[in-house]
Every structure is written in structure tokens, then in C-alpha cells.
Design a protein around this ligand. Sequence first.
Ligand code: NDP
Length: 286
Amino acid sequence: MAGQLIDGAALARSIREQLTQTLAAAAATGAARPGLAVLLVGDDAASQVYVRNKVKACAEVGVASTLLRLPAQTSQDELLARVHELNQDPTVHGILVQLPLPPGLDESRIMAAIDPAKDVDGFHAVNAGALLLGQPGFWPCTPHGCMRMLDTVPGMQSLRGKHAVVVGRSHIVGKPVALMLLARDATVTVCHSGTPDLAAHTRTADVLVAAVGRAGLITAGMVKPGAVVLDVGINRDSQGKLCGDVAASVAQVAAYLSPVPGGVGPMTIALLLHNTVESARRHALA
Ligand code: NDP
């Protein structure tokens, strides 16, 4: 029997509807709209699509977004100056620097320059450290989206006694999702390109998160029957069709599976909006 799909698109829609209502109610009391500034440097095609989707989503829920397009030749100092301006701007509650940056720009220095209180992507070392220590901060949107999807699966609110396996260890997905699973009391294994016999690990997973970027890496034989599988990967198959890291055949083995498209992707944008609205709320209280 085929596993159930975890409908990230529907869940993301409901998060966005809630945010729309919250912002409409706040506007009725005269509260200022939350503001998100998006910095796009250069003309990477995929980044342009991602940024367009984020700006559109902001407009739909009532977040004021500003897109700052800068040429690929922008210097490190110029970009840092723009980030500092946005840090000081009281109408901006969230700052997002679309990655990857063109060659010559030091990603880690730029990210470090963002005010952690406006780091709605959750990539700043202060927010990464807060996640590690279990302190309040901004969680990165994609792993947070994974956890919200897991919330919709019966019996997954506590992961005590369960084994979670994360394939991929990037700063933006693999490592933070592993910490979030650990905070929910799962026993967590993190695999990467140097892990021998990947299947031996994934086959023991009650919760399997695939965050690699390789179409079809996770096949049915690598999945424990009845597992919950979250597919973070975004790839193109040989026909150019969008697909994740998990092969279609896994649906016959897993109890629950997030699809690509329509799974983690829409959740990432919904959680970005959530973080921006939350940042505006915190700034209003400060
Ligand atoms: P990275 O390239 O930064 O990391 C990929 C990870 O996969 C690395 O840790 C790498 O190991 C590991 N890896 C590579 N090959 C293998 C292998 N054969 N077996 C086991 N592990 C392997 O990617 P990201 O984390 O940024 O993104 C992962 C995927 O998720 C991509 O497809 C990306 O497009 C997608 N993504 C989707 C988002 C969404 O909103 N849905 C948001 C962000 C990303 P090592 O560290 O050893 O190199």
C-alpha cells in the first residue's frame, strides 16, 4: 500500500492564511506592516526565481518587501554598507541575502554583518548558536519547515525512542534539522558523502530526512517499512522535471512521505514569512 503524502503546499497555505489574518488584525489597530528586505546580487537564474517567489508570497500575506538588486561586480564593502543601512532601517524587520553570492564576495562575512535580530533566514552564528543551546532565536526556514511537517504525522510530536537519520550536513539544512530532531528526543545519526554503507544507516531510520541534492539517491531498499521520509532535495531528472532526492518507489515502503514539488519547498517560504512577522513583533516590543 502506498504511503501517505505530507502535503507541504496545503500546510504552507494554512500558515500563510494565519499570518494574513494576524497582519490584517494588526493593521486595523494601526500597527506598521512587517518589512522584509531581500538583497539579490548578480543574475543567477535559480536565485531570481526563488526571490520572485518570496516577494510574491510577502505581498499575499501583507508583508512589505523591498527587493534590492545589485550587479555581480558589487564589492564586498558596498554590499556590507547596504547590509549596515538595512540594519539601521526601522521599517525593515527581516534581511535576506540570497545565496549563493557571486565569486569574490565572502558569504560568511556578509552573513555575519546582518543584525541577528533581523536574520530571518536563521543563518547568523548567533541564531545557529541559539539553536544549538536551545535558546530563543530564529530557526532556519527549511529545517523548521521539516519539523512543522513532522508535527502533522500522528505520533511524531515526541521522537523519544525513535531513530532519525539525516542525510546531508550543510549549515542550512542537515545540521540544523539534526539539532531540531535531537531537541525532540530522537536518537540522531547524520550521514554525509564520507559515510560508508549509507543504506545500512537509512534502513534503521524511523524518520529519514534526505538533504543532499542528488535525484533518486534514496531508493525503496534503503527505507525501513513504515518510516516517515522528508525529502528536502531539489533536482531535475533526466527529462528536466523537478524532483527530490527520494525515488518514487519509496512511496511503496514509507508510511508518510513529503513530495517534491509541493513538500518542503513551500514550507520554507511560509516559515520565512513567519520569521519576518515574528521579528516585527519582537521589534515592536523592544
Ligand atoms: P549542500 O550541497 O550544502 O550539502 C549537501 C550534503 O549532502 C553535504 O553534507 C554532502 O556531504 C552530502 N552528500 C553529498 N553526496 C552524498 C552522498 N552520496 N551520500 C550522502 N551524503 C551526501 O546542499 P544543501 O544542504 O544546501 O541542500 C541540499 C538539497 O536541498 C539541495 O538539493 C538543495 O537544492 C535542497 N534545498 C531545498 C530547500 C527547499 O526549500 N526545499 C532549501 C535548501 C536546500 P559532505 O558534507 O561530505 O560534502
